[in-house]
Design a protein around this ligand. Sequence first.
Ligand code: ADP
Ligand code: ADP
Length: 229
Amino acid sequence: AEVFRTRRLTKVYDTGKVKVMALRGVDLDLYESEMSVLLGPSGSGKSTLLNILGGLDRPTSGEVWFRDINLATLSDRELTRYRRDKVGFVFQFYNLVASLSARENVALVTDIAANPMPPEEALRLVGLEHRMDHFPAELSGGEQQRVAIARAIAKRPEVLLCDEPTGALDSKTGVQVLSVLDRINAELGTTTVVITHNAAIRLMAHRVIRFHDGQIAAVEVNEARLPPE
Ligand code: ADP
Ligand code: ADP
């Protein structure tokens, strides 16, 4: 089943002086339990699309469906609730609280979620069961990103949206972080969308979506990786 469906989606940033057409009519379907990667040059619209799917931003025109809800029609309050209940975000920078341990950073989220997993379980899923009481400054960049991933999945979101999660990491560490996303996708079945320039994603992703100039230039399906119906 489709989790996301966009039709004729456009986004225009109007900064007063200039208008930037970041998305120019995007029709995209993303399916349950798949991991998709968004590829394309800088400025081609990948982050803009991810932000709209996650309810961080709104389209200028067109439809953006999450299951049977058109996000474009939600009130601000409903969109905030959607983001909080359904979506996990991972960004390039980890935004961990320096004075809290890994476990406590994850607990910040699980304390307020409706149906969370224990912080320990989330940290186990990212391979950090031996680092739960460490503080961010005592962890490597890759480990800090894995704490951020644990925090994102601990509320059991339906979708996990990752904007350049490997952007601040060397390529080998980046592969480890992508492997963690791959494992979460396999173990929890979380529908995942990733923006990354790390080539290892091509072996993991079910669907490769290539952007060019605010439009989808190509979609490749990795048949060998498709989950069973
Ligand atoms: P990337 O190319 O790695 O996706 P950018 O540096 O283009 O990242 O953009 C990072 C963020 O900065 C965007 O998500 C957006 O919110 C903001 N941004 C990008 N371009 C502009 C701009 N021209 N004016 C204002 N904000 C921008
Ligand atoms: P990508 O993620 O592929 O690098 P983005 O979605 O970040 O692309 O950006 C698409 C276009 O929109 C770029 O030209 C960028 O400068 C512009 N842009 C992104 N965010 C903003 C913003 N907040 N204000 C103005 N322009 C923006």
